[in-house]
Design a binder for this molecule. Structure first.
Ligand code: FES
Length: 255
């Protein structure tokens, strides 16, 4: 259930060093989007005819027909994207991939770095049973995320690599304590591979179901190129992250 349409840039804002928020008007996709899905966008000729990139959907407003993408400038492609301005058009294919299964009653969201982006829409869907967020970043410059999540997550636990805010160390350092203190019934995680591996191990030890959103490199985004595969935990096959995921149960993935 996906479509390829023209999307118009409504807003393009810098929200932190090297991090931008792109708000697109694309009602055909917004109406179908579930938390955890992504879009594949292609810029028009004036920018770069070959530029296609997958972006996780950070937020979606079906009533207004908008999608929000939050991205970090990491290379040539995203540097070119920063030139987009309100009124510009791009091609947008989506919503792609399998999103999160929304059956947590006491959800704990765990996000590291840009892995926090796909958790925003997810956090907002838990309105009657607000989610707790455990978030990790490099330093206090990453704290813009707390403002984004503040309305949806009443409890936010923070770790930073340098200890400039919150606990100093890895995001997963705080996880055993949180799982012992509260009866979370579902963990939703997105972030670097090492963090997800740690979350998968700790959640299994504590018997809490866990869904992870993988951030593999993707080229085609639609299951055709095999650039995005990851190993299944049974060893029997490989998953395509773009079409079987990006969200998997933690136990399905060979870490
Ligand atoms: Fe091409 Fe997944 S990105 S198969």
């Amino acid at each position: 259930n996906k479509t390829c349409v023209k999307a118009q840039v409504l807003e393009h804002n810098k929200i932190a060093n090297d991090v931008l928020e792109l708000i697109l008007s694309v009602p055909e996709i917004a109406i179908m989007t579930n938390p955890g899905q992504f879009v594949h966008i292609r810029l028009h000729d004036t920018f770069d005819p070959l530029l296609r990139r997958p972006f996780s959907i950070a937020d979606c407003n079906a009533a207004k027909g908008t999608l929000t993408l939050i991205y970090r400038v990491v290379g040539r492609g995203t540097a070119i994207m920063t030139r987009l301005k309100p009124g510009d058009w791009l091609d947008c294919m989506g919503p792609l991939g399998q999103g999160f299964t929304l059956n947590g009653k006491r959800p704990l969201l765990v996000g590291g770095g840009m892995g926090l982006a796909p958790l925003i829409m997810l956090a907002r869907t838990f309105c009657s049973q607000p989610a707790t967020l455990l978030m990790g970043g490099r330093n206090e410059q990453e704290l813009f995320w707390t403002e984004i999540f503040a309305g949806a997550c009443p409890n936010i636990h923070i770790t930073t690599d340098d200890g400039s805010v919150g606990h100093r160390g890895f995001t997963v350092d705080l996880l055993p304590e949180l799982l012992s203190a509260e009866n979370f019934d579902m963990i939703y995680a997105c972030g670097p591979h090492a963090m997800l591996k740690g979350v998968a191990e700790i959640s299994a030890r504590h018997n809490v179901p866990c869904q992870v959103s993988l951030e593999e490199f993707m080229a085609c985004g639609v299951g055709a190129c095999l650039s995005c595969t990851c190993a299944d935990s049974t060893g029997g096959k490989r998953h395509k992250v773009c079409t079987d995921g990006p969200v998997f149960w933690a136990g399905e993935v060979a870490w």
